[in-house]
Design a protein around this ligand. Structure first.
Ligand SMILES: *Cc1c(COP(=O)(O)O)cnc(C)c1O
Length: 432
């Protein structure tokens, strides 16, 4: 399969370049030249398939021109090591739990699959790949966990000192092996600046084969389509008028759902649910795309003011606002509404939502008011324990950490403290 840039449909890049580079030189986003289709037989047998079997079929469809089947199987077996169960909340709503991976968030799907695929793509080269990532917390922990022990790759994570939660810091700094953490005495922007400067530095490029593992890598989208198909497979009875509500920030998750639909999954409608960073809901009602500075909320993984994957969404509809509007409705909610939904779902349905999942629940409820009779699936993208400070205050109840995370807290932090001075960062990289 070849990939083009959303800024120029006539470009062609091989899989290896699209995945290892992450971004095309023209600053567009990579897209596959064609979206493969499910066979009728596969769709008819959906209820009998496990998540892993579905993952294998989607991976085969995308990767079979580039990799042998045994390699594709290895990538799936090593990355999809946890479940994504669908639970019934009431007669019209189901929650898809995407937090059963090692860092308790759906980003584990993308990060783990990307790690395994990258490892296969660099296997034949004699230089290992060095991944530099700047993180404000969550992406870094999914990447640290996803790449841990993966052959042919080392990861260097830069995080802002004292600006990530204790749990996040433990996740970033206690892996060891091929993961190195640098604690930067500055902000997330300083970390990002160091990484960006390093990518342009010819001295470093001589020593290292550098790559980024950012969230717009095409290899993170493919695995995110697995669980839409698997959710569909798990819906009992008639699979009619099924809608998905997706809590969105950078819109990678929703884009993966649109890809699943384009592959032939008969999804009735999508709901783009956001916090007050409502650029896409605003676009869906006005037709104008107005990116703006992001505003801080309690669903902070969705505080995005210029969602990169918007251009991929538009590309899937060949630039047509009207076509996109037929498939997607957008709703936005403030923190007060989000907190109320968390309390309401806990007291009425005995289910504890995290703030991101609560936004998706609200979007679904709003849509179903005007569209009764639809079967709604909303995505719960993180375990509530991941945001325990916020969640405990809202529901006034202690949230228990899953056992895996509890044990993290006793591990010792290993990070190299550094200033924001580029020359020192460079010297460190050249001399290690
Ligand atoms: C990253 C993240 C989101 C937003 O996903 P996008 O693909 O960026 O839209 C939602 N919820 C949680 C918990 C996240 O970590």
């Amino acid at each position: 399969m070849q990939y083009y840039s959303t800024k120029n449909k006539f470009t062609n890049y091989p899989l290896q370049e699209a995945v290892l580079k992450g971004l095309p030189d023209d600053n567009g986003l990579f897209m596959p030249v064609s979206i493969p289709k499910f066979t009728k037989d596969f769709l008819d047998h959906l209820p009998h398939f496990s998540l892993k079997e579905i993952a294998l079929e989607i991976s085969r469809l995308f990767l079979m021109d580039d990799l042998p089947m045994a390699t594709i199987e290895e990538i799936v077996t090593r990355s999809i090591t946890f479940d994504a169960p669908l639970k019934k909340l009431d007669d019209s709503k189901y929650v898809l739990e995407l937090f059963h991976g090692p860092t308790l968030a759906f980003k584990d799907f993308g990060a783990r699959f990307m790690a395994q695929l990258m490892s296969c793509l660099v296997k034949d080269e004699n230089r290992k790949l060095t991944i530099l990532v700047a993180t404000s917390g969550d992406t870094g922990s999914a990447v640290a966990s996803g790449f841990l022990g993966v052959p042919n790759i080392e990861v260097i994570i830069l995080y802002p000192s004292k600006k990530v939660s204790l749990l996040q810091e433990k996740q970033l700094t206690t892996s060891g092996q091929n993961i190195t953490a640098l604690e930067i005495q500055g902000t997330f922007d300083d970390c990002q600046h160091l990484v960006k400067t390093a990518f342009l530095d010819t001295d470093l490029r001589l020593k290292y084969q550098l790559s980024s593992a950012n969230s717009i890598n095409i290899s993170r989208l493919i695995p995110q389509s697995f669980y839409y198909v698997y959710a569909f497979a798990q819906v009992p009875d008639k699979k009619e008028r099924i809608v998905f509500s997706v809590p969105s920030g950078n819109f990678g998750n929703l884009t993966a759902g649109l890809i699943a639909k384009k592959m032939g999954l008969p999804v009735y409608h999508f709901i783009a649910s956001t916090n007050i960073n409502d650029i896409v809901p605003d676009y869906l009602s006005s037709g104008n795309y107005n990116p703006r500075a992001s505003r801080q909320t309690i669903s902070n993984a969705m505080d995005v003011g210029n969602p990169s994957n918007f251009w991929r969404m538009l590309d899937l509809y060949e630039g047509s606002f009207l076509e996109m509007k037929k498939d997607i409705s957008g709703f936005s909610f403030d923190d007060k509404q989000t907190a109320m939904a968390m309390r309401e779902v806990l007291s009425e349905k005995n289910y504890l939502l995290d703030p991101h999942g609560a936004v998706a629940y609200l979007g679904l409820s709003e849509y179903q008011k005007k569209n009764p009779g639809t079967k709604g699936i909303f995505l719960e993208t993180a375990h509530p324990a991941k945001f325990e400070d916020v969640v405990e205050k809202i529901v006034n109840k202690k949230v228990d950490l899953p056992a895996e995370l509890e044990s993290l807290l006793s591990k010792e932090k290993q990070a190299k403290l550094m200033t924001t001075e580029y020359s020192l960062f460079k010297e460190y990289l050249l001399n290690r």
